[in-house]
Design a protein around this ligand. Sequence first.
Ligand code: HEC
Length: 113
Amino acid sequence: MKTTTKLALLGLTLASVCVAGRAATAAENWENLCASCHGEDGKAQTKQGKKLKIRDYSDAAVQAELKDEEMLKAILEGVTENGKERMKAFKDELEKPDTEAKDLVDFIRKLKA
Ligand code: HEC
């Protein structure tokens, strides 16, 4: 087989692997969807994080205040305070909302310092 043909086949294989919808890992989702506000490390020391006064999720005291079910709900349905949206719902941004939101909760738990 000619090298060009081999390369073309390889390209096709890679492309099909990429389009086959798979759930993103929690680390990928955190990086792509959450870190702009919550920070890579969960400390929310980002421009958005400071502006929105987001709590430091690496802080053990903050972690203790967080309840798994509420975190899950926040991720899927968003966070509102006095009728104002603080964080949007991510249900529609996730390939497999239920699994990925649960994985994100586990991921956030591991941010505890
Ligand atoms: C536009 C900024 C923004 C983005 C992006 C964002 N959040 Fe939030 N998030 C907030 C704000 C604001 C709060 C409420 C303040 C706080 O908890 O300190 C919050 C609260 C939370 C809470 C706490 C809910 C509770 O139980 O009190 C969790 C968990 C959370 N976010 C997870 C995520 C995850 C996971 C993502 C990505 C899929 C994400 N956030 C993306 C702004 C954001």
